[in-house]
Write a protein that binds this ligand. Structure first.
Ligand code: SIN
Length: 481
């Protein structure tokens, strides 16, 4: 099924812009072209920034309640159109329909949350050291912002950035992944219908992502960039941001440990491991990448996990009953194969899966590897695929050192009934997000983000909007005049 031709959304106008050619969006389940999109150029990005520049002062001075209303209407439109939005997402990204519906709801939840936060951009008054003076702290929008977003959450990773930007009074240029631009265009349509003034949001996409990003990074008028993607690209953007001293929010790679202690509720730990591992076919930054299980329950855990994962149905996410879709592209399947082959060559046991015979579509089956150790790629790099690599451990101290022995620090999970241990690990694990007896902690009201090479800044929650606000202080003298 074809979805047709889409256009870029620049300064409130649907347009081919300066594009001389189009590019194809491909369904990873069928390898068929589902849509074509004008291949945006540097001058299209510049036009989007010009449009944002023209409207930024008026948008910054708009009434918070009016901005909140637009966000609320957009959230409602998303919910009304969930079936259409989910189908588009499944077709371009591959995730099963039920998950795509879940992502639409997750994406809309950021719009609702930040509609509320728009109303709570409070300042402060500070006692001054003179009777004749008053000190006031004001919050103002940072100005024009840009979001560079990934393919694995084609909708939610946009709204998690766009909603706080709009709530704060910032304009935004969104550059989605060229692998999944259609959900971004669908969102732009919704905001247009919700009454967002022209120029406040532009969505521009092209296949030369570094060239488009460079225009954003070089333009002094863009005061903030928010990026979700690889640590490698995040570092480049951070370097580029230095030249114009832009603010940066970076949500980068993860390498999540998932730890199961012998006192845990084993059934719950297995269920959460499946959810955490298999959400998005394992292609999320917070997917469990290394599963550590205490030796006394290791064999039982591996059996239960393998039984549960073997029962999952792999296929085109549009089909009923499918709960494991394709990976995003051929290269992703190759990387997973490389990780599994490396582990097997170094002594890991394949309990289920472990080979991909798919000739059409980028499929890799749910795979459980046992007897994994730290010499293997699966425990050294983010696999970004449906491979559960299970490592035995003996003591709490040992597993904390395993978990922290990485440059990444996004999400970590652990299962235990010992409340003291819950706090010890919360304090000692070097991660921004901790799921204690919880394999799915992501939610709009909590601060999402990492430490170390997993990033800078927080998204969602009451903290998320602060990333789009500048602090000013007003020192007011002459009170006694
Ligand atoms: C991500 O993988 O980058 C986001 C996952 C989430 O929001 O839970």
């Amino acid at each position: 099924m074809e979805l047709g031709t889409y256009q870029n959304f620049i300064g409130g106008v649907w347009t081919d812009g300066d594009a001389k050619e189009t590019f194809a969006v491909v369904n990873p389940a069928t390898e068929e072209t589902i849509a074509t999109v004008p291949n945006a150029t540097a001058s299209d990005v510049k036009a989007a920034i010009d449009a944002a520049h023209a409207v930024q002062p008026e948008w910054a001075d708009s009434v918070a309640a009016d901005r909140a209303k637009i966000l609320r209407v957009a959230a409602q439109l998303m919910r009304e159109r969930v079936e259409h939005l989910a189908r588009v997402m499944t077709m371009e990204e591959g995730k099963p329909l039920a998950e795509a519906r879940g992502e639409v709801a997750y994406a809309a939840s950021f719009l609702d949350w930040f509609a509320e936060e728009a109303m709570r951009v409070y300042g402060d008054t500070i006692p001054s050291s003179s009777r004749d003076k008053r000190i006031l702290v004001l919050k103002r929008p940072v100005g024009i912002t840009a979001a560079i977003t990934p393919w694995n959450f084609p909708s939610a990773m946009i709204t998690r950035k766009l909603a706080p930007a709009l709530a704060a009074g910032c304009t935004m240029i969104v550059k989605p992944s060229e692998l999944t631009p259609l959900s971004a265009f669908e969102l732009a349509r919704i905001f247009e219908e919700a009454g967002l003034p022209k120029g406040v949001l532009s969505v521009v996409v092209g296949t030369d992502a570094p060239a488009l990003a460079k225009v954003i990074m070089d333009d002094f008028r863009v005061r903030k960039i928010s990026f979700t993607g690889s640590t490698e690209v995040g570092k480049i953007l951070m370097r580029q941001a230095a030249d114009t001293v832009k603010r940066v929010s970076l949500e980068l790679g993860g390498h999540a440990p998932f730890i199961v202690f012998e006192d845990a509720n084993l059934e719950a730990a297995v269920e959460n491991a499946v959810t955490c591992k298999m959400r998005g076919m394992g292609e999320t930054c917070v997917s469990a990448n290394r599963i550590y299980v205490q030796r006394s329950i290791y064999a039982d855990f591996v059996d239960m996990l393998a039984n549960r994962m073997a029962a999952m149905k792999v296929g085109n996410g549009l089909e009923d009953g499918v709960n494991v879709g394709p990976l995003i592209e051929r290269a992703a399947v190759e990387k997973v194969k490389r990780h599994v082959e490396d582990a097997v060559a170094k002594g890991a046991r394949v309990i289920i899966g472990g080979t991909s015979e798919s000739t059409r579509g980028y499929f890799y089956p749910p795979t459980v590897l046992a007897d994994v150790d730290h010499t293997m790629l699966v425990t050294q790099e983010e696999t970004f695929g449906p491979v559960a690599a299970v490592v035995p451990f003996d003591t709490e101290e040992e597993v904390i050192s395993y978990a922290n022995n990485t440059e990444y620090g996004l999400a970590a999970y652990y299962f235990t009934r010992d409340i003291g241990r819950v706090f010890r690990l919360a304090e000692q694990l070097e991660y921004g997000i901790l799921g204690a007896n919880d394999g799915m902690p992501s939610t709009a009201q909590a601060p999402f983000g990492g430490v170390k090479s997993s990033g800078i800044g927080r998204e969602g929650s009451k903290y998320g909007i602060q990333e789009y606000l500048d602090i000013k202080y007003l020192s007011l003298g002459g009170i006694l005049d």
